[in-house]
Structures are given as structure tokens and as C-alpha cells.
Write a protein that binds this ligand. Structure first.
Ligand SMILES: CC(C)(COP(=O)(O)OP(=O)(O)OC[C@H]1O[C@@H](n2cnc3c(N)ncnc32)[C@H](O)[C@@H]1OP(=O)(O)O)[C@@H](O)C(=O)NCCC(=O)NCCS
Length: 174
């Protein structure tokens, strides 16, 4: 299956998407311990403790789908982007960046690089994404990368908020 060897480093002008490593734990914990981040994601816990980062990174070699740390060439670890198969055959992509890095086009740059790799190297040609209806910034990132709204709204878990949140579903075709 898709073990970490299918997650090589991907370079962009400003970023490197690479395999996460245990030594990312400190920065991961610091950036993830933010309700503005965790509250926009399905499974990220909040508060985010060092043990969450350690456990998450220890599982990385066993992930079935490719997941990348997003590293800035100058500033280091910034967040994560990765694929998951929540339902068989239905690939989804998700991502987050730490708050200090918002608003500079980094998420769009990382997403477009991951999509290009998915199409060219992984040879997958369709991927879904969903953003909570109150996360317009992520919707804009997805639109800029070429995703289209399907019209579906799904209730998705949000661990950090402790409730289900409506998510607008989108799809990207290679
Ligand atoms: C959502 C997130 C990934 C965006 O990262 P980013 O690097 O700031 O995104 P970009 O700079 O590439 O693009 C953001 C776009 O959203 C727009 N935007 C920002 N806030 C907005 C808002 N409240 N309403 C509408 N658009 C908004 C920006 O103007 C920009 O669009 P533009 O380039 O057309 O002007 C980042 O804020 C984040 O990680 N948030 C927490 C986790 C998360 O939401 N993950 C996604 C889950 S679906």
C-alpha cells in the first residue's frame, strides 16, 4: 500500500513538503495548540499536548496514505498536508498551517504542489476536500487550487469543538 516511501520531498519556491520526523514534535505542538487551527480540523485534539505530537509522529511510518510536513525553506516547520481515504476509493486532502504563517499564500502553494505530485507521481486523478462552513479562508484556498463545490454539505466531526460541524464538500479533477 502507500507507505511513507510514496511521500518523497516536494519542492516549491518557498516550501518543502517532506516526510514528518520525530524532531518536528516541538514545533508541531506549539503551532497545533491553537483552537483557531484545531477547531477547523476533524481529528486534531485541543488542547494539543506534547504527547499528542509524539504519538502522531510515531505513527507516521504506518500511515497508509501520504502525509507531508510543510517546511518553509527559511523558517522551518509550518504545518501539515496529507491525503486520507475516509471511505474506500474516496481520497481526501487536508492541511493546516500554524497561525504565524497565515495570509501569505503558503497554503495555496503547498496544496497546488501536493496536487501536482498526486497527479504526476502518484497517478491519482480525483480528490475531495471539505471545509467547515465557517472557514471561508480554506474555501478560498481550495477554489484557488482549482477545486469545485459539489453542492453537498456533510456534518463532520470536530474533536476540538466537541461537535459536528457542517462542511462544504469540494472536488478536484486532474
Ligand atoms: C485555512 C488556512 C490553511 C489558510 O492558509 P493561508 O496560507 O493563510 O492561505 P492562503 O494565503 O494561501 O490563501 C488564503 C485565502 O483566503 C482568503 N481569506 C482569508 N480569510 C478569509 C475570510 N475570512 N473570508 C474569505 N476569504 C478569506 C485570503 O484573502 C486568501 O485568498 P486570496 O489570495 O484570494 O486573497 C490556514 O488559515 C489554516 O491552517 N487554518 C487553520 C486550519 C484549517 O483551516 N485547515 C483547513 C481545513 S479545511
Amino acid at each position: 500500500m502507500c507507505a511513507v516511501e510514496v511521500a518523497p520531498a516536494i519542492g516549491t519556491d518557498r516550501l518543502i513538503l517532506r516526510r514528518p520526523v520525530i524532531s518536528d514534535a516541538g514545533e508541531l505542538c506549539q503551532l497545533a495548540n491553537d483552537l483557531g487551527v484545531a477547531g477547523m480540523l476533524s481529528t486534531m485534539p485541543y488542547p494539543y499536548a506534547p504527547k499528542h505530537a509524539d504519538e502522531f509522529l510515531a505513527r507516521a511510518p504506518n500511515w497508509r496514505e501520504p502525509n507531508f510536513a510543510i517546511e518553509h525553506r527559511e523558517f522551518g516547520f509550518m504545518g501539515m498536508i496529507g491525503f486520507s481515504e475516509k471511505q474506500p476509493g474516496r481520497l481526501e486532502i487536508g492541511y493546516w498551517l500554524g497561525r504565524p504563517f497565515w495570509g501569505r499564500g503558503y497554503a495555496t502553494e503547498a496544496l497546488m504542489a501536493a496536487l501536482s505530485w498526486m497527479k504526476t507521481d502518484w497517478r491519482r486523478n480525483v480528490v475531495w476536500a471539505g471545509h467547515f462552513t465557517d472557514n471561508r479562508a480554506s474555501g478560498q484556498v481550495l477554489v484557488k487550487a482549482g477545486f469545485l463545490y459539489t453542492g453537498d454539505v456533510e456534518l463532520r466531526d470536530c474533536a476540538a469543538r466537541g461537535e459536528k460541524v457542517p462542511s462544504r464538500m469540494m472536488v478536484w479533477l486532474a
